[in-house]
Design a protein around this ligand. Structure first.
Ligand code: 7SA
Ligand code: CA
Length: 523
């Protein structure tokens, strides 16, 4: 800073140090409006052309496609090789069983790595390195850490602050100062010499989240970090509260202690095991913005999904093909930080849809913590996400075919209408309102609904009207609607099917959302 008085400089430096040293308050999710590309797949290290050259050549396209972050594979030399005769698979060299911090790896040379990182930076894409502090090849000469001095898991009973990878023979003791400092130094090296502006922490079940937070405090608090916490509740030991918690609770606990984002395995589990409507139960759909902000959503990655090349990759938990476009439509138009898996974009021709979706997301200014609301009166998945520059309504395999005038402009239809997206202007924050219908006397098999002018009231369609429930002898419902809207509606009684509908007589009930807590109609 030219012409700065020594006082001001030292003040600025103190301020920076204070900020860096201060424990993280929020979560390190970059700008909060990031879009992540997984920049490799399981067989990238076996690619004909060195993978780092592929990344350098593709850098401009990656930037133009709208990605703001690219996740690189582990940058360290990995000379491992293994074969599993039972599973008929083999592998090694992918970086997850590394020998030292040498950047000349199966993905390319140190020089090619630097060229790829700077090409991407020039294309406006920040580089996030995959790092694997839990373990390293125990076959490597112990040039880095001597055996028997508590730097390895097997050196002592407390020499690991988390789970073992496989039988733990390769696990490091990340709590040991020498081990902790070696990674701290290497992460700063990746930042200072290889353009790292974020880190993806591998196998975080294997060490303490607090250790990740300490590494990130040194790496840079304004940077991006994401933890791969792939561990279902049923994998925690008896007596551990997480054994009876939800996937979301477990992920949030890890993020609270590391102040890093987490891959949204809660959403992945619902995508794998639930119905389309259940996708709203992902971490990114949580009603609390602090939970949405930490989610890094994804469809598949190098472990769960297929990869071009040998054995089709690992495909441990692959999303069935017919769901993949639907899943990208959901994660790219809803909260969380979405991740696109390389082969989907650049090998298997889903790039056209994904590019369209990224454009819509950016135009609407969807952020990781953006508000989202779901309308379960419709089939499939119907979600409205409020961006800072616009609103996206998506309908996946839904009977919501069109939105009445004024409720949104149709902007995308894909897979014969299985994917529909409407865009609208910025909406005011939602407010809750209690809806009541008095003097209703539904016959057996009938129920009471509120049909009205906004999507939450079924856009005047009785079959998709807001369902009321009988409590304390009153038919009511509580619903979230955007504030400052003039809404009109009527009470109706109808059966479950297309049976007759009885409408409340007279004028519509009307209210301005946010101005009242209750709105009452009566037959
Ligand atoms: O099954 C999928 C899901 O199905 C659903 O229905 C289930 C889910 O719970 C269920 O609801 O998910 C389960 O299975 C997942 C996949 O195994 C588990 C998950 O926790 C579990 O719930 O995920 C775990 O495994 C992943 C691979 C990890 C996750 O963090 C972890 O939680 N992913 C990351 C971690 C690694 C390792 O760094 C990478 O692994 C991933 O790419 C990365 O994303 O001396 C050491 C030694 C000996 O201990 C061994 O006996 C010996 O064999 C060495 C040798 N080990 C070799 C391995 O046998 C071999 O497989 C090793 C050297 O190389 C290979 O290991 C690969 C690994 O296969 C590969 O995935 C490793 C190192 O190269 O790199 C990759
Ligand atoms: Ca461990």
């Amino acid at each position: 800073m030219k012409g700065t008085s020594p006082f001001r400089l030292s003040f600025a430096v103190c301020l920076m140090i204070a900020t860096t040293a201060a424990a993280m308050a929020g979560v390190r999710n970059g700008s909060g409006e990031e879009i992540l590309l997984q920049g490799f797949h399981w067989n990238s290290s076996r690619n004909q052309t060195p993978w780092y050259s592929v990344l350098a050549q593709q850098a401009t396209t990656i930037g133009k496609d709208g990605f703001t972050l690219v996740w690189f594979p582990p940058p360290w030399m990995d000379k491992s090789s293994w074969s599993n005769s039972q599973a008929q698979t083999s592998g090694g060299g992918e970086g997850y069983f590394w020998s030292n911090f040498d950047k000349n790896s199966e993905y390319g040379s140190d020089q090619q790595l630097k060229a790829a990182a700077s090409a991407l930076k020039n294309a406006g894409v920040k580089v996030v390195y995959d790092v694997v502090p839990n373990h390293m090849s125990d076959q490597a000469a112990y040039s880095m850490f001597p055996r028997g001095s508590n730097e390895w898991r097997h050196d002592c009973a407390q020499c690991d602050e988390g789970d073992a990878f496989m039988d733990g023979a390769a696990d490091l003791n990340t709590a040991h100062p020498t081990v902790f400092d070696a990674f701290k130094k290497e992460f700063s090296n990746l930042r200072d010499n290889y353009g790292a502006e974020g880190l993806r922490f591998d196998f975080v079940r294997g060490y303490a989240p607090e250790t990740v937070d300490r590494w990130m405090n040194a790496f840079g608090n304004q940077q991006f970090c994401v933890g791969e916490n792939w561990k279902g509740p049923d994998e925690y030991l008896q007596g551990d509260w997480r054994r009876s918690a939800s996937w979301q609770d477990v992920l949030k606990d890890w993020s609270d202690r590391s102040h890093c984002t987490v891959f949204d395995f809660a959403l992945k589990e619902r995508m794998q095991n639930g119905s389309l409507a259940d996708w709203r139960h992902g971490l990114n759909g949580n009603p609390d913005p602090a939970w949405r902000a930490i989610a890094v959503t994804f469809v598949d990655n190098h472990d769960t999904g297929y990869s071009p090349g040998a054995y089709g990759g690992q495909h441990h938990w692959a999303l069935p093909d017919p769901q993949v476009n639907l899943a990208y439509a959901y994660i790219l138009s809803s909260p969380g930080t979405p991740t696109v898996y390389w082969p989907h974009m650049y090998d298997w021709q889903r790039d056209q849809l994904i590019r369209e979706l990224i454009k819509l997301r950016k135009a609407a200014g969807v952020r990781a913590d953006s508000p989202v609301r779901f309308n379960t009166a419709y089939k499939g998945l119907v979600a409205t996400t409020q961006g800072v520059r616009g609103t996206l309504v998506i309908a996946l395999k839904s009977d919501l075919q069109q939105l009445p005038q004024g409720l949104g402009t149709p902007t995308l239809s894909w897979d014969n209408g299985d994917i529909r997206i409407w865009t609208g202007p910025v909406e005011p924050a939602t407010v809750a309102v209690n809806v009541h219908c008095d003097n209703a006397n539904p016959q057996p098999g009938e129920s009471v609904y509120a049909a009205g002018s906004s999507l939450e009231f079924g856009a005047w369609d009785p079959q998709h009207a807001l369902a009321l429930t009988l409590a304390n002898n009153r038919w009511s419902a509580r619903v979230e609607v955007p504030g400052q809207q003039k809404l009109e509606w009527k009470c109706i009684v109808r059966g479950q099917t297309q049976a007759a509908v009885y409408w409340q007589a007279g004028a519509n009930n009307a209210f301005t959302s946010g101005a009242v807590n209750d709105t009452v109609g009566r037959f």
